[in-house]
Unconditional design. Structure first.
Lengths: 115, 508
């Protein structure tokens, strides 16, 4: 009974369940239609936004990371203008500095280059 | 009986300590605030504030999380009734009759009834908790690792199958959750598992990162640019919230029935709150003399489901705290927070940590009372908050998520985890795999494995131990029945090509 026992059991269950899902007709398939058409811009921007926070948190510091992440995320929505996104990003930078950096002593320097 | 009351008194002493009270109030307030924001359910809210609890000692942490939970439930009802926006699936039913009432100008009354029903149901749930939990304590010492792993298996199975959507997909997601739980250093042998050389994964996947990924980021990924018509919320003033005598009379018995349904479902591990509210609603429609009024603003259709949701929430704490089996993903998060704090939920919890258990119960009452007091004057502000457009909301939320996850371990690596789980979660959700069982499996998985392996040591590797010990044999029997029932229901569906009545209702 080693460390691999449970993972093997889980893997077996997943294979069986996966096969069952693929082969059996689905209960709800009839009543639903997959609603789509949302484009790539939103999801792409959101993913990039999260990743950019991690990247610029390391190369740039809290202010850079917050600004870039919020700005990119905001640009994902069709209804946000460039100006709205900038404004929102600036507001969030202020929140980040006042609440998280000074208030809660978050352990990221405001500006940095690598750690 | 007297003992329970004495314990409760002791609990109030704990909950009213300034430090504990402060965190509890903070949790209720924040939960209510974020719960009102469109698209923010209790899951996202608790996940976002989970990192904050890492810095606090266990009792205030759990009081705060519980406060966030029922606070956001209150908040969610506001969005459901006034804007037809269910931020949390159980509120989907509330929309059915709540929003038509708003259109008729009675939205305030609907909110008033919701608050009354919630407070009543929560109180009943708390009383049940006070008197039932000590009973569980007496059977608790009969629970060894064998029984605990059996009941965890039951909880996982129930959580995976008794929810909306395909039971098979639920099982798949639960299994995946347990699998994610195995990532990290194996506690018994010290062998790293599935870390792929990342030292950061040695401690395993972070609960906050996982839940924020699948409940936060994944949700944003799917709802961005989904043109939701922002309706202008009606203004609700204080005096609008007073229901008429007629409305009050009509909602009294639905409130009782809803509470009863919630309490029954709450005692069953693994049944989510969504199914509870749907059953409560269906029952009201069935026994009503005028079922055609439902869906057009029948006050009974608000009182019953809201009462059932809140009763269920409270009663749900019994299996979560005493057996270590969360009823749904929110409870799983609370459980996870306890585990992070080094508190092992289970039969011994009441005896080992009476301050935590009774303090929590007392804080429920304080928190629920506080919500009533808060919501009445603040309703105008909540209505304004409801109008915050999604396009500004989600970028800010992403920032809070990133900072929150970073702060738990001061590690930027965890932000990559969020991004990964977010993307994976969004793909699963798009394919209509439920996300909640992942967290359920993730939290329970390591506990299950630990107990299972302990049971195997006790039995010298003999699997028969699970059926040779009476308690675990019964639980295993229930598991088999559950699976059999699912197969039977599926077989009947295939033969008739018609979904069962319940599924039909839930698709509405």
């Amino acid at each position: 009974m080693g460390p691999g026992f449970i993972p093997i059991v889980l893997g077996t269950v997943l294979v069986l369940v996966g096969a069952a899902i693929g082969l059996l007709p689905e209960l709800e398939a009839q009543s639903h239609k997959v609603e789509h058409v949302m484009g790539w811009r939103g999801p792409l921007c959101i993913t990039c936004s999260v990743l950019s926070f991690a990247f610029f948190g390391f190369y740039g510091g809290l202010i850079t990371a917050t600004f870039v992440a919020v700005f990119i995320a905001a640009m994902g929505d069709h209804n946000n203008t460039f100006r709205d996104a900038m404004l929102l990003a600036v507001v969030m930078v202020i929140v980040a500095v006042v609440i998280f950096s000074y208030g809660l002593q978050l352990q990221i320097p405001l500006f940095s280059w690598g750690a | 009986m007297t003992q329970a009351l004495l314990d409760l008194w002791y609990g109030f002493g704990i909950a009213l300590q300034p430090n504990n009270l402060m965190w509890s109030v903070f949790g209720v307030l924040i939960g209510n605030l974020i719960g009102v924001l469109p698209g923010m359910g209790p899951l996202t809210t608790i996940s976002m504030l989970l990192p904050l609890t890492y810095a606090v000692s266990p009792i205030p942490a759990i009081l705060m999380l519980a406060g966030i939970f029922y606070g956001s439930q209150y908040g969610g009802a506001i969005g459901a009734i006034l804007l037809n926006l269910p931020s949390h699936p159980p509120h989907a039913v509330t929309c059915l009759d709540g929003y038509p009432m708003t259109l008729r100008g009675r939205g305030g009354a609907a909110l008033g009834i919701t608050m009354m029903a919630s407070f009543f149901a929560a109180s009943v749930g708390i009383v049940l908790m006070i008197f039932l939990s000590p009973l569980l304590k007496t059977v608790a010492f009969k629970f060894g690792p064998t029984e605990i792993s059996a009941i965890m298996l039951l909880g996982l199975l129930a959580g995976a199958t008794i929810s909306r959507g395909s039971p098979l997909k639920g099982v798949a997601m639960t299994t995946l959750g347990i699998f994610i739980g195995t990532i990290g250093t194996d506690v018994v042998s010290g062998t790293p598992r599935f870390t792929f050389g990342f030292n950061e994964l040695g401690d395993g996947v972070d609960l906050a990162a996982l839940s924020l990924g699948v409940f936060g980021i994944a949700d944003f990924l799917l709802s961005v640019n989904r043109e939701s018509v922002q309706k202008a919320a009606t203004t609700v003033r204080l005096r609008d919230m007073r229901p008429t005598y007629q409305e009050l009379r009509k909602s009294l018995f639905p409130m009782f029935r809803g509470t009863a349904i919630g309490a029954i479902f709450g005692a069953m591990p693994g049944t989510g709150p969504t199914i509870t509210t749907f059953v409560a609603y269906a029952l009201e429609r069935k026994i009503s003399k005028t079922p055609e009024r439902f869906g057009r603003g029948a006050i009974e259709g608000i009182a019953a489901p809201e009462a059932s949701a809140h009763a269920k929430t409270q009663v749900d704490f019994i299996p979560t705290m005493t057996l270590g089996i969360p009823g749904d993903a929110v409870m799983a998060l609370l459980l996870g927070a306890l585990v992070i704090k080094g508190i092992q939920p289970g039969p011994q919890l009441i005896t080992d940590h009476p301050d935590l258990f009774w303090g929590l119960i007392a804080s429920f009452w304080i928190g629920n009372l506080l919500l009533i007091i808060l919501n009445v004057p603040l309703i105008g502000m909540w209505v304004k908050l409801l109008q915050v457009p999604y396009r500004l909301l989600y970028p800010s939320a992403i920032f809070f998520i990133a900072v929150g996850v970073f702060s738990t371990r001061n590690s930027l690596f965890d932000i990559f985890q969020v991004a990964t789980f977010g993307t994976v979660g969004a793909i699963f959700l798009a394919l209509r795999f439920p996300a909640a069982p992942i967290v359920l499996g993730f939290v329970l998985g390591p506990l299950l494995e630990e107990n299972f392996r302990r049971a195997m040591v006790l039995s010298r590797g003999e699997l028969m131990i699970f059926v040779s010990r009476p308690i675990s044999a019964v639980i295993m029997g229930i598991c088999v029945l559950l699976i059999a029932a699912q197969i039977f229901a599926y077989g009947r569906w295939v033969r008739t090509q018609k979904s069962p009545a319940l599924t039909e209702l839930m698709e509405e």
